[in-house]
Ligand binder design. Structure first.
Ligand SMILES: Cc1cc2nc3c(=O)[nH]c(=O)nc-3n(C[C@H](O)[C@H](O)[C@H](O)COP(=O)(O)O)c2cc1C
Length: 443
């Protein structure tokens, strides 16, 4: 008997008018809808029509000064996803919440609520946040150091899991006859005392359908990979080539062994930015059209932020000044992104302008322009070569880039037998093939 084919998982990363920095200037873009609920509901419904596992919203707690050149207002994720839950039935809903600028009790409550509201479709993208500008919105002068952030993050997740486990089996009695609603003997406090947090009590919401919403993580540094191997069930990652993706995949999955976890308890989803065209030429034209709309000040500023070096001081058509860049360990923010940009510029001997253009489509994520068949070929290869368990789909232009993907690429993936034609489960855990309450057994 032949082996069943490996199945692809797809998450839609929703970002205003699309992941290309100039997407909002495109004639098809709807920038005035960036704070309109109906816009997001429609995107989620399209993703659900495409039988995707989940949608995902990023969350930052500061105004990005680059908003001057780009549509990046951020609606609060729990509020938005609750409203999306009401008009969808199956698709998973992943919200980002930072362990650096929240309290565990708040976050446990929000996810438990959203999991109830959505009937078990929630995921938590656990981030530690970046930058001093965020710190200054939370009564601090400086962002915490890398190690300390992850240490705090570990305690945070541990507490949230304990809170989700507060309501033990049989604690919800609901006996009108005797007048007993809950058996408080079966409800347990978190009783946690650590270096960063002290949380005693129990959660005030009964156990949600998934018990534990799916834990998602997106850091690729050493600390990040270790965190993922120990705790995460989905990993979003930035991988520019299939070789890099394979190395990352192998690395994280191997690390899982020391935490007694099997490889299929974690799905690795690299970001993927597809330009879909009926011909290859049309797809490449779409990419070129967006690149030509890019504002150069935006690109130079973004590159300066990523490389933590003032790139305005160097000629745009000159080489990347490797000798003036900090070392990766000095990077307080996104170390993995820094390394990826440096490696890309070195490998392809790019000028500053070329590096900006290469990363304009999606900040270093894997970008590919082609026909539905060519795109499906690439995705199938990454899947079969164990470079990915699926993708974090980042359409360069919304909503049209998503419509193209769902109408043209999804049927091609389905025809190949590597992607579902119908949902078989109701919860996000079921879509991802993850065991119920995995984390519960480890608390
Ligand atoms: C696809 C993707 C989405 C992310 N979303 C967020 C986000 O919403 N908020 C945030 O603060 N960081 C976000 N990050 C950043 C990571 O969570 C992480 O903080 C960052 O990669 C730095 O960690 P590292 O140094 O371990 O790589 C995202 C990263 C990726 C790859």
């Amino acid at each position: 008997m032949s082996q069943p084919k490996r199945q692809l998982h797809l998450n839609l990363f929703i970002l205003s008018t699309g992941h290309h920095e100039a997407s909002w200037r495109h004639p098809e873009a709807l920038p005035h809808m960036a704070t309109d609920l109906r816009y997001y509901q429609r995107l989620a419904q399209t993703a659900e029509r495409g039988k995707m596992d989940s949608i995902f919203l990023a969350e930052k707690y500061r105004l990005n000064k680059m908003i001057k050149y780009r549509v990046i207002p951020q609606m609060e994720a729990f509020t938005l996803l609750s409203a999306i839950a009401a008009v969808t039935e199956r698709i998973g809903l992943t919200a980002t919440a930072s362990t650096t600028y929240n309290e565990p009790y708040h976050i446990a409550r929000k996810f438990a609520s959203l999991d109830h509201i959505s009937g078990g479709r929630t995921g938590w993208n656990i981030v530690t946040s970046t930058g001093d500008a965020t710190a200054r919105n939370f009564s601090r002068n400086e962002h915490l150091g890398h190690r300390e952030r992850y240490e705090r993050g570990r305690e945070f997740v541990e507490i949230v899991k304990r809170l989700w486990d507060s309501w033990g089996e049989g604690s919800l009695v609901i006996d009108k006859e005797s007048g007993i609603y809950a058996d408080i003997e079966r409800i347990h406090g978190a009783n946690f005392q650590g270096n960063h947090f002290s949380v005693q009590g129990a959660l005030n919401i009964p156990r949600s359908p998934q018990a534990h919403p799916v834990l998602v993580q997106a850091g690729s540094s050493e600390d990040g990979k270790e965190f993922a191997a120990e705790l995460a069930e989905v990993v979003f990652t930035v991988q520019h080539t299939i070789e890099e993706a394979k190395a990352f995949y192998q690395d994280v999955k191997t690390r899982m062994k020391k935490y007694n976890r099997s490889e299929n308890e974690l799905k690795i989803l690299p970001g993927f930015i597809p330009f879909v065209g009926d011909t290859e030429a049309e797809a490449k034209d779409k990419e070129r059209e967006l690149n030509e709309l890019a504002v150069s000040e935006y690109g130079i500023q973004c590159l300066s932020d990523t490389l933590q070096t003032n790139m305005f001081a160097y000629p745009l058509d000159g080489p990347v000044p490797f000798e003036d860049l900090p070392s990766v360990h000095e990077i307080k923010g996104q170390q993995a992104r820094f390394q990826l940009y440096v490696d890309l510029a070195r490998r392809e001997n790019l000028t500053i302008r070329e590096l900006i253009i290469r990363t304009a489509g999606g900040r270093g994520h894997f970008t590919f322009a082609g026909t539905p068949v060519q795109i499906a070929d690439v995705m199938e290869r990454w899947l079969n070569d164990h470079a990915a368990d699926g993708f974090n789909l980042m359409p360069p232009l919304l909503p049209s880039g998503l419509d193209d993907f769902v109408d043209k690429v999804i049927p091609e993936l389905q025809n190949r037998g590597i992607y579902r034609t119908e949902y078989t489960g109701r919860t996000l855990r079921e879509h991802l093939g993850l065991p119920l309450g995995f984390a519960a057994s480890r608390v």
